[in-house]
Design a protein around this ligand. Structure first.
Ligand SMILES: *Cc1c(COP(=O)(O)O)cnc(C)c1O
Length: 376
């Protein structure tokens, strides 16, 4: 690879494996939506979606219509659901690219209906069953259903809700309540004469932990990217998923520093011995969090090497003294793995996340656009 060596390697075979493995675990009697919002959780939405389309995914989910356009322009022909809301001016984008909007606000329904005129168009509706975020609240299902009848050109082909805590065994009773509220709301819509064919509430943890939530479609994000090792409790039965993304760079410079040398901004690290350090061109502007300073490892030639000093915007310093001492060595141009595996060592996005009090999703979503994605 020419130029700055920092890149994210995306293993599309691992992505396909995760879909197949989840299908083996869940079974074939539901439809599968691949959620590829936020550039596929940082993995590259277009390439991931093209592969998943080949692998037989039924639906795609995006957060905003513009993400749906990008998929259409790249050749995605399966239905695409815009999970977020519509803002004034986005109706044309939705209709122009045959995207399916999620509607839970009658003002939004009206704007869409007006734009459509006498053309009929497919929508999904969203009920808030306790998440407290998007959707009309479940006790308002009948009012909303009746309100929608003012817009006969809107064809309700699907109905959805979203879990708040499907990953948490301590909140399983609440998750059950969400399922019950959802099924009741679907019943009310049917009673009011609507016939939603696609009915879905389960995200990755719901799909895996709660077979009773799978309904007619499941919406998978994290599971496909192999990012649920810090979401689904270890003791629960689950598919065997592989991480899809590796974050790698190369050693750019090596230098020897004496004992007592301060390293990096704030001089937060002082060597306690004569040391050899490697400088690697990756920093928080690439999405490698500053919170990993002095508390994370990278892997060089199968050897764990500590991050020393502050991670800065564009550079990170690694202490390779032990790596040199054990005979493995590290030299300019050697590959450095920040997320990924080499031999017996593996660093997951979840390990970076734990260090800074978040989840692996935020780590991969945060890998910035200046880091090229390389697909294999
Ligand atoms: C992001 C999202 C999902 C996918 O959640 P995962 O935990 O990544 O599987 C499903 N449904 C909605 C509405 C979402 O916003």
């Amino acid at each position: 690879m020419q130029g700055r060596p920092t890149h994210a390697r995306i293993d599309l075979d691992a992505l396909a494996h995760n879909l197949r493995e989840t299908k083996r675990f869940v079974g074939d009697d539901v439809e599968y939506m691949a959620v590829v919002k936020a550039d596929g959780y940082g993995h590259g939405a277009v390439e991931c979606a093209l592969r998943l389309q080949e692998e037989g995914v039924n639906w795609f989910g995006v957060a905003i219509p513009e993400e749906g356009c990008e998929l259409r322009e790249a050749g995605i022909t399966r239905p695409i659901l815009c999970l977020g809301s519509l803002f004034p001016g986005q109706e044309e984008i939705v209709v122009g690219h045959d995207l399916t909007p999620v509607i839970f606000d009658l003002d939004v329904a009206e704007a869409l209906s007006t734009l459509l005129g006498d053309r009929r168009y497919h929508i999904h509706v969203k009920v808030d069953t306790g998440m407290g975020r998007l959707g009309f609240r479940w006790p308002d299902a009948r009012d909303f259903a009746r309100g929608l009848k003012r817009f006969p050109n809107l064809n309700v082909t699907g109905m959805m809700s979203h879990f708040a805590s499907a990953d948490d065994p301590g909140q399983d009773a609440f998750t059950t309540q969400q399922i019950e509220r959802f099924e009741e709301a679907v019943g009310i819509f049917e009673d009011e004469g609507f016939t939603p064919k696609i009915v879905d509430i389960a995200n990755s943890p719901g799909s895996i932990r709660r077979p009773d939530s799978r309904e007619r479609m499941i919406r998978l994000g994290g599971a496909l990217y192999g990012l649920i090792d810090d979401i689904v409790p270890r003791e629960d039965a689950q598919p065997r998923l592989k991480p899809v993304l590796s974050l790698v760079s190369k050693v750019a410079f090596i230098k020897d520093v004496p004992a007592g040398a301060g390293l990096g901004y704030g001089q937060t690290f002082h060597t306690i011995r004569d040391s050899r350090v490697a400088l690697v061109p990756i920093g928080y502007a690439d999405g490698y969090p500053r919170g990993e300073s002095n508390s994370q490892n990278a892997i060089i030639n199968g050897c764990l090497v500590p991050v020393v000093g502050r991670v800065s915007m564009d550079w990170t310093i690694l202490d390779i003294t032990d790596c040199m001492a054990n005979g493995v060595g590290a030299k300019k141009g050697d590959e450095v793995i920040f997320i990924g595996r080499d031999g017996e060592h593996e660093i997951r996005a979840s390990a970076l996340a734990r260090q800074i009090g978040t989840i692996g999703y935020e780590i991969t979503c945060g890998i910035s656009p200046r880091v090229p994605r390389v697909f294999a």
